[in-house]
Design a protein around this ligand. Structure first.
Ligand SMILES: NC(=O)c1ccc[n+]([C@@H]2O[C@H](COP(=O)([O-])OP(=O)(O)OC[C@H]3O[C@@H](n4cnc5c(N)ncnc54)[C@H](OP(=O)(O)O)[C@@H]3O)[C@@H](O)[C@H]2O)c1
Length: 283
């Protein structure tokens, strides 16, 4: 049996759909049943249910807010993950921890390899790195899966924001000097379901294929949605946010290839399928 944390989030929700499709038995605790700010809240449900695998999708994900709520972000993503890992060790479960491109500093222009230096530039990145360190120190049977620029049907994301802006604007400014890879949670969920069925433990990078800037991402969304919105690319310095972001979020897929896991489809293909999903949900 698989236990999914954060089932109401973008990834947790799509993972639950994927496991259902595959006929894999899973349980998904509510926030009352598994809450990551206390040790008992994080551990008791797992210890009681004794799943074979825990896919830890729940996290404090508000990147900008984390700068002013650092204690909460560090507790949920750092300690919360540590407690989940300790519970997994106690019952002998494997753990899949979802992490982020934001553990890296964003220097250079080449894709980060899994063991490259970690140098988070914001509180959220530091908190997720604490989670990674806890998982790798406490467990032997673990996967750390770093993803980036996530979008799914169940939650807020960049695509939904762009489509909302298009209702009132025909020209917008979008940052063009941060480069990374969008990731559709429905695609990532398939890979996680594949991983959960193996013992190929390790650290992986998993995003949709290809790289783009946020401005290119926005242009592709408008193009595919048939919306006539002009996107002006601007440098990050002209779009100040509470949290700094890494400029280079490219992630190398070498360990994924070496383990024989399938890469995800391209980010353009993912947008196309996501827009269809959004449309069918809204109808
Ligand atoms: N979103 C991205 O762009 C991105 C990029 C890289 C990596 N990731 C990682 O990918 C994973 C999935 O992201 P996502 O976008 O699916 O996240 P999401 O939509 O924000 O969902 C996160 C889930 O965690 C739950 N949660 C938050 N605080 C909690 C707490 N104290 N105790 C228990 N549950 C709590 C949330 O519940 P409530 O809704 O009730 O608060 C929500 O169900 C996360 O680990 C995230 O760090 C995300």
């Amino acid at each position: 049996m698989v236990l999914i944390t954060g089932i109401l989030g973008q990834l947790g929700y799509d993972l639950s759909k994927e496991l259902t499709k595959r006929g894999v038995e899973f349980i998904a605790p509510s926030l009352e049943e598994l809450e990551l700010t206390t040790e008992a809240g994080a551990k008791n449900f797992i210890l009681e249910k004794k799943p074979e695998t825990v896919v830890h999708c729940a996290a404090y994900t508000a990147v900008d807010k984390a700068e002013s709520e650092s204690e909460l972000a560090l507790t949920v993503n750092g300690f919360g993950t540590r407690w989940v890992a300790e519970a997994c060790r106690e019952i002998g479960a494997k753990m899949i921890y979802i992490s982020t491109d934001y553990v890296f500093g964003g220097d250079g222009h080449t894709p980060y390899e899994i063991n490259d230096e970690k140098k988070p530039v914001n509180v959220y990145g530091r908190s997720k790195l604490l989670g990674e360190d806890a998982v790798s120190m406490i467990l032997e049977k673990y996967f750390i899966v770093r993803t980036s620029w996530v979008f799914g049907i169940n939650g807020h994301n960049f695509i939904k924001t762009m489509l909302r802006l298009a209702e009132t604007k025909n020209k917008i400014n979008v940052v063009n000097d941060q480069i990374g890879s969008p990731t559709y949670t429905a695609d990532l969920a398939k890979l996680l379901a594949d991983m959960a069925a193996t013992e190929k433990f390790g650290i992986y990078h998993a995003t949709n294929e290809g790289f783009c800037s946020w401005a290119e991402f926005a242009r592709e969304i408008f193009k595919q949605a048939g919306l006539d919105v002009e996107v002006d690319g601007i440098p990050t310095i002209e779009y100040p946010t509470p949290a700094r972001r890494p400029f280079n979020s490219r992630l190398s897929k070498k360990s994924l290839d070496e383990a024989g896991f399938n890469r995800l489809p391209t980010w353009q293909d993912a947008i196309a399928r996501y827009l269809v999903e959004l449309k069918s949900k809204n109808n």
